[in-house]
Design a protein around this ligand. Structure first.
Ligand SMILES: *Cc1c(COP(=O)(O)O)cnc(C)c1O
Length: 388
């Protein structure tokens, strides 16, 4: 083992465009003197992103940027205009923002189980949950970047009259928006695949819904001269969730390098998984589903909580960072996080017990990957770490 590989290995190392790549976009801001409020860079970004999604959407989609995926989710839920306190299905295994968005939209989350293979809330699980809870909406999540089936969710929406919004915050590039009647929300946080530092986008085929989200991202002020109420009048209670021109500049530069970075992430992920699999074999379980276009996390399930704890301990003592992604489960946070409706979540609990996030970034090299695979192997097979 080389000395190099023993250096601490961080969990994530974001890769954002360097200063020189931002320059042409910053020059455009200097020239336009627009800094926010749907400025020219934001407008151009929405156009580029619309073109990005168009080939995968038969009916055509629009894009509205927001200050984060979390604010995008809050506004997308608000755009459904459900009665206050309406119930919304969410999966137990997701990032906390899925939950906070529902609560801040004045709605009540119903924490649901996940599929044991792909670790997602599926329309099949949601179907039985709406019967037992009377939920009026569902917020499925592309957990760990694994895309959800928007066409299946669209059918679910039509069949049951239950509204659907998708949290695809970490799935840009893997998640497409094939259905034309569902809003899908993505994040441009520094740790996600298309990074702007902070930022979000809502993609959908319902023009009225997208217009409502845009208006609510600007406090709720009407800017449409053709609308019933005068321009400048508040027609809905919104927030300030606009993307600044500076964040749009970073997003443009990220988009310029996206294909190259995505290819690099795919290549590293494939090597990593192959290395772990050949070292540890059937001791490890993986999320079922598609090969991701641009992975940002590396998550694997160990056989049990005991071996995970052993891995955490050994990795920690060797400077290799790990994280129990999406844990605690949504209903296991503080008592003040309420109101919640909680259904039985045996699959989520089983999957979560062995789940571990290992270091992953564009900067991790094969030597480090082999080093991590050795640590995982020793933890799952109970070899003492004095071996190192
Ligand atoms: C990152 C993430 C969010 C939050 O995105 P922000 O842009 O940071 O607000 C929400 N949901 C999921 C599943 C995420 O991974």
């Amino acid at each position: 083992m080389s000395a190099q590989s023993r250096h601490p290995i961080p969990l994530l190392t974001p890769q954002l465009p360097e200063r020189a790549l931002l320059q042409p976009y910053l020059d455009r801001i200097d020239a336009s003197r627009h800094y926010s409020n749907f400025g020219p860079l934001n407008q151009a970004l929405e156009e580029r992103l619309t073109a990005f999604f168009a080939p995968h959407s038969a009916a055509g989609v629009q894009v509205v940027t927001t200050s984060s995926a979390t604010t995008g989710l809050e506004l997308a839920l608000a755009s459904l205009e459900l009665p206050p306190g309406s119930r919304v299905l969410v999966p137990a295994l997701t990032f906390v923002a899925t939950l906070t968005a529902v609560l801040r939209a004045g709605l009540v989350p119903v924490v649901c189980d996940i599929d044991p293979e792909n670790w997602l809330l599926t329309p099949e699980i949601a179907e039985s949950a709406i019967t037992s809870t009377g939920a009026l909406a569902a917020l499925p999540v592309a957990a760990f970047g694994q895309p959800v089936n928007t066409l299946a969710w669209s059918q679910f929406q039509q069949r049951h009259g239950v509204k659907v919004v998708v949290d695809a915050a970490g799935a840009f590039g893997s998640q497409w928006v094939a259905a034309s009647d569902i809003a899908v929300v993505f994040s441009m946080h520094a740790t996600k695949t298309l990074a702007a530092g902070e930022g979000g986008l809502v993609v959908g085929g319902n023009a009225a819904q997208l217009a409502s989200i845009r208006q609510m991202s600007n406090f709720g002020i009407n800017l449409d001269p053709a609308a019933q109420l005068p321009v400048g009048m508040l027609t809905r209670v919104g927030s300030n969730a606009k993307l600044s021109e500076y964040h749009a500049a970073v997003a443009h530069a990220s988009l310029d390098g996206w294909q190259a970075q995505a290819a690099q992430r795919r290549e590293i992920y494939a090597d990593y998984r192959q290395t772990l699999q050949s070292r540890c074999g059937d001791k490890l379980q993986w999320q079922a589903g598609e090969t991701l276009a641009a992975p940002t996390l590396f998550c694997v399930r160990l056989p049990d909580a005991e071996r995970r704890e052993r891995l955490e301990h050994q990795a920690g003592s060797l400077g290799v960072s790990t994280r129990r992604w999406y844990q605690p489960l949504l209903h296991q946070h503080g008592a003040a996080v309420q109101p919640l409706v909680v259904l039985a979540t045996p699959n989520a609990e089983k999957v979560a017990a062995g789940l571990i996030g290992l270091p992953f970034s564009c900067f991790i090299n094969h030597t480090q990957i082999k080093y991590i695979a050795d640590i995982v192997y020793s933890a799952v097979t109970n070899i003492s770490n004095t071996h190192y």
